[in-house]
Design a protein around this ligand. Structure first.
Ligand SMILES: [Zn+2]
Length: 165
């Protein structure tokens, strides 16, 4: 059985005992999180939150990309979130390559250049990367200064979050 068939089977059981009907659309905790997509990071577990509590926006690296900004703006202005968190983590795959190297490798192996994505946003310094993401949110004219934006590094070997000041 393929993994997809397997998870669909699990979902059948899940929906059979579904108990979350009727949740309101706006996140209960008025919280939005931008986090890396890393499989070792389960944002809900790390933060002790549950379905309905927060918006969780994930991508490779926990990058405040144009699309993450789009989601944060909708999250705040249309769905009432009032605090933002950015989560990067130790041993991130984004520390293991450079944009240009990956681009060249893909162009060589596929025989094709492409205009998108124009950046992979690989980085070599976790703390610096978190600070850059915070700055990208804070400097956006459509995100008011009243929204606190805090950044953290999650340690995949201890489960601890460490704030980046
Ligand atoms: Zn990562």
């Amino acid at each position: 059985m393929s993994i997809v068939d397997q998870v669909l089977k699990t979902n059948k059981r899940y929906s059979g005992e579904f108990a979350l009907a009727g949740l309101a659309m706006p996140p209960v905790l008025k919280l939005a999180v931008v986090a890396c997509m890393d499989a070792r990071l389960t944002v809900e577990e790390i933060l002790g939150i549950k379905t309905g509590d927060a918006h969780i926006i994930r991508n490779a690296g926990g990058i405040v990309s144009e699309d993450a900004l789009r989601s944060l703006i909708i999250s705040h202005h249309l769905l009432g979130t009032e605090e933002f968190i950015i989560i990067n983590h130790t041993d991130c795959g984004m520390l293991t390559f450079r944009d240009e190297g990956l681009r060249q490798k893909l162009e060589r192996s596929t025989g094709t250049a492409t205009v998108a994505p124009c950046h992979f946003f690989a980085f070599d310094d976790l703390r610096k990367n978190v600070r850059t993401q915070i700055k990208k949110v804070k400097s956006h004219p459509w995100i008011p200064d009243t929204v606190p934006v805090r950044g953290f590094i999650y340690d995949v070997n201890t489960g601890r979050l460490k704030e980046v000041k």
